[in-house]
Design a protein around this ligand. Structure first.
Ligand SMILES: CC1=[NH+][C@H]2[C@@H](O1)O[C@H](CO)[C@@H](O)[C@@H]2O
Length: 496
């Protein structure tokens, strides 16, 4: 069998010992759970394996294993040495055992198990194959508890099905936060009951003049629930005070001149702002923040804060020191693009770094003062950056990001003078000025996204060696072929 499966996992586990003790699934294999909490993960696993194997794979409560062994998912609260999101996985002739202290750990183990099976397991129709899991044992846990991926649904709108597929790609590589950029100059994509024009008028177009769209509250909750079953936390972003063109187009009173802004189907940045010296502006953001918080079970709410170029620093800082308390008031932790840290905000405010240089003294000072950072350096984690000058899709303002560049950086070491203890983890960004379809998303995500996912999951000692990683990355592509993922076949990757 393909024992190399154990050697080709992405993200690479903490400790892997392969052995000859393979396990082959049969039509009698059962999925065994002992704790009710594990049932959700068992159902997810069954959903992955049933279509391609054609096996029933019943989920059995209790400790009876089938005549041909079982895949056993069990919570073991005493597994203290594998961290709350970690797991142990063992394969032997009796089957597969996955142990974790929490369901999230079992889910991570299931993603690893997926890669121990032949690529044909990813098919959504029955395949005739030897469903052999390569033997061995794994102990694994994440370096960072925060591993994120951003998606701009404002410049181009992506429907619920596309967002669900995006969530599935995150889960496949153990990424556990989805940052949805819901509002910008070109579109407002989330229904707000108290300000209905935001979606009645502000959602009916997008960059290039397409029909746009938006999520009703029900659809947003459907996305949140789907993400929860994949142990992904949704982080909504309402960008303010800049990047507010769609709101300014929807409500005249939000504009200083009392006139509605023209619909924007372009891609300029930095030329819009809410009108800071109007009381209605603060009523507006309070209503929006409270409605978005109410429909978001996760602990975070992102209020943007990038590129408010029409404002002075003082105007921007005063605005942020009004908006941030509104987020905290709703029981959420505020996140903003790293400029928010210049407002010297309450300590629990998180800065999302999108700079291009390691020399960022104000950010380092804010970290020193106790602020945590999410790392999205535009030189490495912005997957809307072109691979090279021949890439049709994407942008190039931060330079090109070939596949190796998305991998060989260290989220904890990027900014001079910032200690690892200030870093929550890496987050990829995918802005959609010229990304229009799921196929476009896949082209920019693959093959760079799994590399950043590894930087977030795999402890430091294991990563930053492109010459080692590139072989494991290449070995993922047979799966992507079965999944029909439109990945960029970079000449820098030694494809099989
Ligand atoms: C935080 C941030 N603000 C800008 C910047 O990133 O570049 C993006 C394109 O790469 C652009 O879409 C976005 O509006």
């Amino acid at each position: 069998t393909d024992t190399s499966a154990m050697e080709n996992l992405v993200p690479v586990p903490v400790d892997v010992k392969s052995s000859e003790a393979d396990y082959t699934l049969t039509e009698n294999t059962v999925i065994e759970v002992r704790d009710g909490e594990a049932t959700g993960v068992a159902e997810y696993l069954a959903g992955l394996l049933r279509p391609s194997t054609g096996y029933e794979l019943p989920i059995i409560e209790g400790s009876s294993t089938g005549p041909d062994g079982s895949i056993s998912l069990r919570l073991a609260p005493d597994s203290s040495d594998i961290h709350s999101q970690g797991y142990r996985l063992q394969v032997n002739a009796d089957g597969v055992q996955i142990r974790a202290s929490e369901p999230a750990g079992l889910f991570a183990g299931v993603q690893t198990l997926r890669q121990l099976l032949p690529p044909a397991i990813e098919a959504d129709t029955e395949q005739s194959a030897e469903w052999t899991v390569s033997g061995g044992r794994i102990r694994d846990y994440p370096r960072f508890t925060y591993r994120g991926a951003h998606l701009d649904v404002a410049r181009h709108f992506f429907d619920v099905e596309t967002v669900k597929q995006y969530i599935d790609y995150l889960a496949q590589y153990k990424v556990n936060h989805l940052h949805l950029h819901l509002t910008d100059d070109q579109g407002w994509r989330i229904e707000i009951d108290s300000w209905p024009n935001l979606t009645d008028e502000g959602a009916d177009s997008e960059v290039g003049g397409g029909s746009g769209g938006y999520y009703t509250k029900e659809e947003y909750k459907e996305i949140v629930q789907y993400a929860q079953t994949r142990f992904v936390t949704v982080i909504p972003e309402i960008d303010m005070p800049g990047h507010t063109g769609a709101a300014l187009e929807s409500y005249a009173e939000l504009n200083c001149d009392g006139e509605k802004r023209q619909e924007d189907t372009g891609t300029n940045v930095g030329d819009t702002s809410l009108c800071l010296d109007k009381e209605v502006t603060y009523e507006f953001i309070e209503d929006v923040i409270s409605e978005v918080a109410e429909m978001t079970p996760g602990p975070y709410l992102h209020i943007g804060g990038d590129e408010a170029h029409t404002l002075s620093d003082k105007e921007y800082n005063d605005f942020m020191n009004c908006a941030i308390p509104m987020v905290i008031e709703q029981g959420k932790r505020p996140i903003g693009w790293h400029q928010i840290l210049g407002a010297d905000p309450p300590e629990q405010t998180i800065g999302q770094f999108w700079g291009t240089s390691s020399d960022a003294p104000e950010v380092a000072a804010a970290a020193e003062a106790g602020h945590e950072l999410i790392m999205s350096p535009a030189t490495d984690a912005y997957l809307d950056m072109k691979y090279n000058e021949d890439t049709e899709l994407g942008l190039d303002w931060a330079g090109y990001t070939p596949v190796p560049d998305a991998y060989d950086w260290d989220p904890a070491g990027y900014i001079d003078g910032v200690d690892e203890s200030s870093i929550m983890g890496p987050e990829t960004a995918l802005w959609s000025e010229n990304i229009r379809t799921l196929s476009d998303i896949e082209f920019m995500l693959f093959p760079r996204f799994p590399g950043v996912a590894e930087l977030g999951w795999s402890p430091e000692a294991k990563t930053d060696d492109w010459d080692e990683f590139k072989h494991r990355l290449a070995a993922q592509s047979p799966r992507w072929n079965v999944q029909d993922i439109n990945y960029y076949q970079s000449p820098q990757v030694p494809w099989p």
